[in-house]
Design a protein around this ligand. Structure first.
Ligand SMILES: Nc1ncnc2c1ncn2[C@@H]1O[C@H](COP(=O)(O)OP(=O)(O)OP(=O)(O)O)[C@@H](O)[C@H]1O
Ligand SMILES: [Mg+2]
Length: 275
């Protein structure tokens, strides 16, 4: 069994502490749902696990089968079996989707796939994901619709066969037919024994896949752990109950730019003074 263990993880983004001591153990064959209000650290956790250098680990550990993930480069993490399906997949012009996928697959194989084997695999995976095969010849994510980008992330996941897939709002932007396709692809991968950490704001995707545990992240920490009933509670009641029932104050996001507040104040004064 594969084990991904996160121990008391603290992460800074641009000198602001976002994760304030997260501990979590995920196992292969198990799916963990990760929810939480906007801006409370879900993507930060996933990006830190995958090794995005903008997310600076100040203390704590990430272990994959007792191997120290924090000493590994991003490609070593990928080869070790970690995969991140991104909330906002990047557009990479000039890199053809098919070339990118072929290079990624072959980088983790002792003997590269032949061109014929690769195209056969690609064709069947595109069919499974309901994506037109012509998209393989377009630059990675460039001009893809929101839903196409998300389906392309799942297509990568299928082809790369990770031990653990971290899926960040993979359902956002998907129409209901695409959601059904994505959910069925996730279920198929679950049956192969992969581990999943799935971030979503909505019960809809969670209801369509198999779940073992639910975790809610608030203020950069895990505030609640339990079963699927937590998802239904959030779906109907939102997050206020975390404050009323658990006494945890949910920090609000800071205003983005002070210049905006000056403008707002000036407008308020003008209204007050009847200008
Ligand atoms: N590159 C960055 N530069 C500055 N601040 C950042 C950066 N990345 C994240 N943050 C800040 O870190 C905090 C946590 O962000 P994060 O993306 O982890 O939230 P989230 O829980 O995934 O939210 P959402 O549900 O909206 O996706 C936010 O306040 C965000 O503005
Ligand atoms: Mg996020």
């Amino acid at each position: 069994m594969d084990v991904l263990k996160i121990v008391d993880l603290h992460v800074n983004v641009e000198d602001k502490e976002i994760l304030k001591g997260v501990s979590l153990t995920a196992r292969s064959g198990e799916t963990v749902a990760l929810l939480g209000p906007n801006g409370h650290g879900k993507s930060t956790l996933l990006q830190a696990i995958m090794g995005n250098p903008r997310y600076r680990i100040t203390s704590g550990q990430i272990l994959l089968n007792d191997q120290d993930v924090l000493t590994m480069s991003v490609d070593e993490r990928s080869k070790a079996g970690l995969f991140l399906g991104m909330q906002y997949p990047s557009e990479v012009s000039g890199v053809v989707n098919a070339d990118f996928l072929r290079a990624s697959i072959n980088a983790r194989r002792a003997k590269p796939l032949s061109l014929f084997q690769f195209y056969r695999l690609l064709d069947s995976t595109y069919k499974k994901m309901g994506i037109p095969f012509e998209m393989a010849n377009r630059s990675l994510n460039v001009g893809f619709s929101g839903g196409e980008k998300k389906r392309n992330e799942i297509l990568q996941m299928i082809l790369l066969e990770p031990r653990f897939a971290l899926l960040d709002e993979i359902d956002s932007g998907l129409d209901i037919d695409a959601m059904t396709i994505v959910a069925s692809a996730i279920r198929e991968e679950q049956e192969k024994g992969r581990g999943f950490l799935v971030v979503s704001h909505y019960a809809r995707l969670y209801n369509m896949i198999n779940l073992n545990r639910t975790i809610v992240m608030v203020n950069g920490k895990i505030a609640v752990e339990g079963g699927p009933e937590i998802i239904q509670k959030i779906d109907t009641k939102g997050y206020e109950w975390i404050k009323t029932e658990l006494g945890i104050d949910i920090e609000k996001e800071e205003p983005a730019m002070s210049a905006v507040s000056i403008g707002v104040c000036a407008t308020k004064e003008a209204i007050r003074d009847g200008k």
